[in-house]
Write a protein that binds this ligand. Structure first.
Ligand code: AMP
Ligand code: MG
Length: 422
C-alpha cells in the first residue's frame, strides 16, 4: 500500500493520511497516563492493571480430592489383585477428616476435601463396591490419581498476572481464587465531549424546520461507555467561534481528552481546525477514510483533542477506527486491532478510489462455516438506519473501485455473536 493516498474529491489538496499513518502518528503522540488507583475486585473488570500481581498463597492451598470417592495410601494396594480397605470416616469439603489412618484403612472423600496426610490416592466412588465399612477396590485401581497437589495451579509468590493487562472475567476469577480483594489499576481517563452546530436541538425539544436532533452526543456517550473512561457530556455549542474556543480551552484544562463533533470540515462555520491551530497543535486534520474524511487530531495544553466530523455515521466510524485505539493507548492498554475476516460479498458495492471505505454490512455464516456478507443499505454518512441494521463493516482498501457479487471482501464484525436470523 502506498504511503499516502491522493484524495480524489480534492485533487488540489495535500495527500491525505492513510488510517495506518494516522494511527502511527497517534501512537507516537500519545503517552499513556501514569497515575493509578486501587479498586475493589468487583469493580475491576475491564480496568488496566497498573502493577503485576503476585500470588499470596499456593493454589490449591491444600492437597485435595478431584473426585467424590475414597482416599487411600498407595502402599495399601497389593502388587496384584483386588483389595479391601476399611472406611473409618469422611473428609468433607470444608470439614477435613480429623483422625489418623492406619494401614489397611481408607476414608470417604468428596471433591475439594482435604486428603488425610497418610493418603496419596483417590479412587472414584463408581469404581468400588461398598459393603458396610468394607470397601472393595478392583484390581486395576490406579494410584496417585485424582489428587490436586498444593500449588499445582499457582505457586505462592509467583506472578499471577503480568503487564500489560486489561482485566478479563478469568483474571477476576483467578484473583478472587487467591484472595486478592483489591487491585491497582490505571486511573480512568477523563473525557469531555461536545456537539457543535447551530442546527442542533436536544431531544426534549420539538423539531422545527432547519433543525435536527443532536444524536452525536448519544453516540459518543455510548461509544465511551468503558470501564477505563469517565465521560462527561458538555452539551451543544453553537457555531460561534469565540464560544467554541472558550469551551475547548476550558475543557482542555480539566480533561485528558476532548472530543467534538461537527465543524471540522471546510465550511464557513467550521472553526475547529482554526481554533486548534491557534490554541494548541494540529497533528493532522484529514484522513483517507470514508465515511469521515475531516478528522482533526492534536493537543490543547496537556489534553488530547479529536475533532470528529458532524455526520452521524462518520462519528461512529472515525471513533471506532481512530479514537478508540488512541484512548486504549492513553489508558495503558497494549496495542490491539479489530478482528477482520474474509467473506464472500453477495451485494454489488460502489466505491471510488482514494479512501479506505467502511461500508455497513450484514455478516452471516452458512452451515459449512463460510462467511457471507451483504450491504445493509444506502451508505450516506448521514444514514443511521443502515448502520443500525449492520453487524459489521465491509472494509474496502483505498485503491478498490467497487465490488462484484461473489468477490471476497474483508469484514470487521461489530461483535463475536452473529444473529441467527441472518
Ligand atoms: P458539519 O461537520 O458541522 O458540517 O456537519 C456535517 C453534517 O452532520 C451536517 O449535516 C450536520 O447537520 C450533521 N451533524 C452535525 N452535528 C450533528 C449532531 N450532533 N447530531 C446529528 N447530526 C449532526
Ligand atoms: Mg456544523
Amino acid at each position: 500500500m502506498p504511503d499516502t493516498m491522493q484524495d480524489c474529491y480534492a485533487p488540489k489538496s495535500k495527500p491525505l493520511l492513510t488510517i495506518t499513518e494516522a494511527l502511527d502518528r497517534i501512537r507516537q503522540a500519545i503517552q499513556p497516563i501514569e497515575q493509578s488507583e486501587t479498586v475493589l475486585l468487583n469493580k475491576a473488570l475491564g480496568r488496566i492493571l497498573a502493577e503485576p500481581i503476585y500470588s499470596p498463597i499456593n493454589m490449591p492451598f491444600d492437597r485435595n480430592s478431584a473426585m467424590d470417592g475414597y482416599a487411600f495410601a498407595s502402599a495399601d494396594k497389593p502388587t496384584q489383585g483386588a483389595f479391601d480397605l476399611e472406611c473409618i470416616g469422611i473428609s468433607w469439603a470444608g470439614k477435613p477428616f480429623q483422625g489418623l489412618l492406619q494401614k489397611g484403612q481408607c476414608v470417604r472423600i468428596f471433591t475439594g476435601a482435604v486428603l488425610p496426610p497418610e493418603t496419596d490416592s483417590v479412587v472414584m466412588q463408581e469404581k468400588v463396591q461398598v459393603d458396610g465399612k468394607t470397601i472393595l477396590f478392583p484390581e486395576h485401581t490406579s494410584v496417585h490419581q485424582n489428587v490436586r497437589e498444593i500449588g499445582e495451579d499457582v505457586k505462592q509468590g509467583s506472578c499471577l498476572i503480568t503487564l500489560p493487562k486489561k482485566l478479563t472475567v478469568s483474571d477476576i476469577s483467578l484473583l478472587a481464587s487467591v484472595g486478592v480483594a483489591k487491585v491497582p489499576v490505571k486511573r480512568a481517563l477523563k473525557v469531555a465531549f461536545f456537539s457543535t452546530g447551530d442546527e442542533l436541538v436536544t431531544l426534549d425539544q420539538p423539531l422545527t424546520s432547519g433543525k435536527i436532533y443532536d444524536s452525536n452526543r448519544y453516540t459518543l456517550q455510548s461509544l465511551l461507555a468503558d470501564a477505563n473512561v469517565m465521560a462527561t457530556d458538555m452539551g451543544i455549542i453553537p457555531d460561534d467561534k469565540q464560544l467554541l474556543e472558550d469551551n475547548l480551552v476550558t475543557a482542555s484544562k480539566a480533561y485528558d481528552v476532548v472530543i467534538t463533533t461537527g465543524g471540522a470540515s471546510v465550511g464557513e462555520a467550521d472553526y475547529v481546525k482554526e481554533i486548534l491551530e491557534r490554541c494548541g497543535e494540529v497533528n493532522f486534520w484529514q484522513i483517507a477514510i470514508k465515511p469521515g474524511k475531516p478528522l482533526a487530531f492534536g493537543k490543547i495544553a496537556t489534553s488530547y483533542f479529536f475533532g470528529l466530523p458532524g455526520n452521524p455515521v462518520s462519528v461512529l466510524a472515525t471513533f471506532q477506527q481512530i479514537v478508540a485505539p488512541a484512548l486504549r493507548k492513553l489508558a495503558g492498554e497494549s496495542p490491539s486491532k479489530a478482528l477482520r475476516i474474509t467473506a464472500t460479498c453477495n451485494s454489488l458495492l460502489k466505491k471510488a478510489a482514494g479512501r479506505q471505505d467502511f461500508q455497513r454490512g450484514i455478516l452471516s455464516q452458512d452451515d459449512d462455516g463460510n462467511f457471507l456478507v451483504v450491504s445493509s443499505g444506502a451508505q450516506g454518512s448521514n444514514m443511521l438506519s443502515s448502520m443500525s441494521r449492520a453487524n459489521c463493516y465491509i472494509v474496502l482498501p483505498s485503491e478498490c473501485t467497487g465490488v462484484n457479487v461473489g468477490d471476497k471482501v474483508s469484514v470487521e464484525p461489530f461483535s463475536l455473536l452473529l444473529d441467527e436470523r441472518h
